[in-house]
Design a protein around this ligand. Sequence first.
Ligand code: TXA
Ligand code: MG
Length: 324
Amino acid sequence: MAGTSDIEKAADVLRAGGLVALPTETVYGLGANAEDPAAVSRTFQVKGRPSSHPLIVHIGGAELLDDWVQEVPATARLLAEHFWPGPLTLVLRRGRRVPLEATGGLETVAVRVPDHPVALALLSAFGGGVTAPSANRFGSVSPTTADDVRAELGDAVDFVLDGGLCEVGVESTIVDATGDIPTILRPGGVTREDLESVLGCPLAVPASSRIRVPGQHPSHYAPRAQVVLVPPEKVVTEAELAQELGHRVGVFLPAAFGDAEVKAHAVVRVPDSMAAYARGLYGLLRELDQRGCDIIVASLLAEAGLGLAIANRLRRAAGPRAAA
Ligand code: TXA
Ligand code: MG
């Protein structure tokens, strides 16, 4: 776990225009000084991500929001005060400190306060804002441990802060808060139900397959193996059929199957709480890749609470891939 001297070193790396991988409560991020266009641009190169895809600016506290955005509608203020630090990202009008490199040319900017002691210590030592996309190569599975980051990015990142396993495990919920009625752009660690109870009104959530946020492709969060989604009761038959056809099949076995035997290459059991499933999801996808699976058979759970974000990530992992 990163100590005080690591935090100081990481802050120096940011000041010098370098890239620091940092733990957050959701996933690890690839951090750069948000006000340094050259450092921000390097983030895109290292990830292999198109420069039109906007980044999230991480700040040290809700009281700093006005330094980074131009207008904060009352609903946005309410959400910031209630959920920060936490897995909620607010899209607001870009403040002048934010370079267009960070927003992919947009006049809006995504901002959040991460809820992780190491991230907060870094933001406090550094004193500025830190752009941080998930610290993985473009389109692949987000990292939830420091080892995942090293496996994804190796020497391309100047310094890695170790903060252990990310507690939430899926990315932040992104809310467009520029207008009077906020909308969810990406489901994540703060549930729709939590947002609704604070706002006191229902929120529209676009069908996950139709979400149109810059930087969200049909295939994202994808392991090397092909992900196949089937109804829960078909997971075992589908997996065994594919295995018989010569595939190396990995199975996400729903809790309802207990410890049933499955004739497949690798079986992982889906944790029975949504929080544990979200925390373990990316690690399980990585594990099945590492065990050499070429197909992963999984199913969607109820899309309520954290299940909405889990289903969104699984659908994208299973989404059509661009020609390689
Ligand atoms: O939990 C998280 O949000 C993690 C941790 C590291 O904080 N970060 C993360 O960043 O997931 P990234 O770059 O992988 O995803 C950020 C997404 C972009 O893909 C884009 O869809 C959306 O945020 N975004 C950023 N700025 C936006 C804007 N101005 N308008 C709409 N969407 C925006
Ligand atoms: Mg990402």
